[in-house]
Design a protein around this ligand. Structure first.
Ligand code: SAH
Length: 267
């Protein structure tokens, strides 16, 4: 007859045995404790590994940004490493209305309310690259809209001053930028045609709404060796690169685009 063995249950009670071991067999008990330990480590580890797994999920914002940078931006010739890093970092989904968040990394502009749009990612990258920013530069942006372009500029420049004519958009952008910690981006409500004379001169100026001519106040506020990127035209426009050299202003026509018009307040 086999010797009778006493069985002990380790756990919170007979109804919930975790596993069983034999009394009087220390190696087995030790093994049991090791397994328990491993289970505990695995359990504690889960939130971390779970988060990592979620980050690389196909539909995660980070995966969306990676695809955007590879397929829309690098593939079309943007090379500036600072611009690519900024586009990879700024959470575009935070700047679009929540109902459009799933489209945040699509290859097109998106509505942001008040008849306005956030520009297509490639255009943001193209215009930013044209400014040749470094972290010593002071930048003026006209047409804050969602604040996304301002955040990209804020990643690259020392200070960013941005002007939006629609008060609700300016307020919303100010809140989004503050929530994301952009303390070097300053939002003003007003008519950007006039620039921000108190902060001039600017090393770089970007206009993201289209006037039918280059506003003279903006030219006046451009520093020597400064660069301005601005869409100019009617319903369709060309992006102009306006540079101030020590001997004068130089204008260069670049790609065709379609921006919302730069509007002026009624006089
Ligand atoms: N840069 C924005 C998109 C710009 S859309 C972004 O990243 O989301 C163009 C913006 O220019 C709109 O929000 C529009 O209200 C604003 N705008 C139009 N005329 C303006 C003016 N005279 N001064 C300042 N902003 C103006």
């Amino acid at each position: 007859m086999a010797p009778t063995r006493k069985v002990v249950i380790i756990g919170s009670g007979p109804a919930a045995p975790l596993f069983r071991g034999h009394i009087g067999h220390p190696p087995v008990r030790k093994f049991g404790l090791i397994v328990l330990g491993l289970l505990a480590v695995g359990y504690l580890h889960w939130p971390w590994t779970g988060r990592l797994a979620a980050q690389v999920r196909e539909d995660s914002p980070l995966a969306g940004r990676h695809r955007m940078v590879e397929d829309q931006i690098k593939a079309r010739g943007i090379k500036d490493n600072g611009v690519l890093a900024a586009m990879l970092k700024v959470p575009r989904e935070r700047f679009v209305p929540s109902e459009a968040a799933s489209q945040a990394y699509a290859d097109r502009p998106l509505p942001i309310g008040h008849g306005q749009t956030i520009s297509q990612p490639f255009i943001v990258a193209y215009m930013t690259e044209g400014l040749q920013l470094t972290n010593t530069k002071k930048v003026l942006e006209i047409g804050t809209g969602s604040g996304y372009q301002a955040a990209i500029l804020g990643e690259l420049a020392r200070e960013v001053y941005t002007i939006e004519i629609v008060p609700q958009l300016a307020d919303h952008a100010r809140k989004t930028l503050a929530a994301l910690g952009y303390r070097n981006v300053h939002v003003r409500t007003g008519d950007g045609y006039l620039g921000w004379p108190e902060q001039a001169p600017f090393d770089a100026i970007m206009v993201t709404a289209a006037p039918d001519h280059v506003p003279q106040p903006l030219v006046d506020q451009l520093a020597v060796s400064g660069r301005m990127i601005i869409p100019v035209g009617g319903a369709y426009q060309d992006i102009l690169l306006v540079s101030r050299t020590p001997t004068g202003i130089v204008q260069q026509r670049t790609i065709p685009v379609r921006f919302v018009p730069l509007v002026r307040p009624p006089r």
